[in-house]
Ligand binder design. Structure first.
Ligand SMILES: NC(=O)C1=CN([C@@H]2O[C@H](COP(=O)(O)OP(=O)(O)OC[C@H]3O[C@@H](n4cnc5c(N)ncnc54)[C@H](O)[C@@H]3O)[C@@H](O)[C@H]2O)C=CC1
Ligand SMILES: CCCCCC(=O)CC\C=C/C=C/C=C/[C@@H](O)[C@@H](O)CCCC(=O)O
Length: 258
């Protein structure tokens, strides 16, 4: 799939992985709506990207994906300004075992909310153009991170939601592919601050550091390259693409109930 003329929405676009996703989408010809709760960082990035790619290519919308109203309004504005939505990157997320309800609210409920609201614009059965949704899960969506059980649960939920939505879309004729990218550790603000976010599991910080040493850390650009692959390869639907500094592979899921 060529990105020329396509319209993408990136949640959590202001920093980290979302910023890199935004940049690679713009580099490949897409228009991008940047959604983020951090207005200062979002507006600053959008202004810089407008200078680099043109005013007509980017739009920043202040949006907390925990809010149905804000998310609905941001997607509506994106469609009004750019003429539709072809790509949704559900990237916004936090890690904080101290505020685990908020972690669930953003990481899982926010992904579900953004997906369902975007379907109203993307679904071919609703007059949409179809397209692709990529959810930023994590390797913690495929196996446990003992120091952050709730974060792990949210990412497992994102992987399961991705696979089920992909199957539902295919069976229903929505014309929308749904995939997940599952990075190991990535050099971002979220990663830099994890030691303060482990709550009752802070005593497991050293074990987590050991896993960081084992898996290594990715750059945000490496994750953005995976996004581009999942967006442009139209054969990919229901996939979980795992990426570490050492390898990149599509997960094989075994249906144990057989
Ligand atoms: N950094 C890492 O090691 C890894 C991160 N991930 C996932 O990647 C995604 C992005 O994380 P990073 O770039 O590392 O974090 P980050 O903290 O650098 O950036 C996250 C962005 O999301 C925004 N955001 C947070 N809550 C929001 C909300 N309710 N509504 C809208 N925007 C919101 C923040 O303002 C920020 O701009 C997250 O889903 C995270 O779980 C996955 C694997 C590894
Ligand atoms: C605690 C920091 C989280 C930062 C945000 C992330 O999502 C990073 C996730 C990175 C790696 C997750 C690895 C999970 C590994 C488990 O699935 C399991 O394979 C580990 C087995 C034990 C080991 O290999 O050390």
């Amino acid at each position: 799939m060529s990105l020329d003329g396509k319209v993408a929405v990136v949640t959590g676009a202001a920093l980290g992985i979302g910023k890199a996703m935004t940049e690679i989408l713009l580099q490949n010809g897409a228009k991008v709506a940047l959604l983020d709760v951090n207005e200062t960082a979002g507006k600053s990035l959008c202004e810089a990207l407008m200078k680099q790619y043109g005013q007509e290519k980017t739009l920043f919308l202040s949006c907390d994906i925990q809010s149905e109203e804000q998310t609905k309004a941001a997607l509506k504005k994106t469609s009004e300004v750019f003429g539709g939505i072809d790509i949704l990157c559900n990237n916004a997320g936090i890690l904080n075992e101290n505020t685990w309800e908020k972690t669930v609210s953003i990481n899982l409920m926010g992904v579900i909310r953004s997906t369902y609201l975007a379907l109203e614009h993307m679904n071919k059965l609703n007059g949409g153009r179809g397209g692709v949704i990529v959810n930023t899960a994590s390797m913690a969506g495929l196996g446990p991170l003992p120091s952050c059980p709730v974060y792990t649960a949210t990412k497992h939920g994102v992987v399961g939601f991705t696979r089920a939505m992909a199957a539902a879309s295919s069976a229903s004729g929505y014309g929308i592919r749904v995939n997940a990218v599952c990075p190991s550790f990535v050099q971002t603000e979220l990663f830099a601050n994890i030691l303060d976010k482990l709550g009752q599991f802070s005593h497991l910080a050293d074990a987590t550091k050991g896993m960081v040493e084992k898996f290594g850390t990715l750059s945000v650009s490496q994750v953005a390259e995976c996004l581009l692959e999942l967006v442009t390869d139209e054969t990919k639907n229901g996939e979980a693409l795992v990426v570490t500094p050492q390898m990149k592979k599509y997960m094989t899921f075994v249906n144990t109930i057989q």
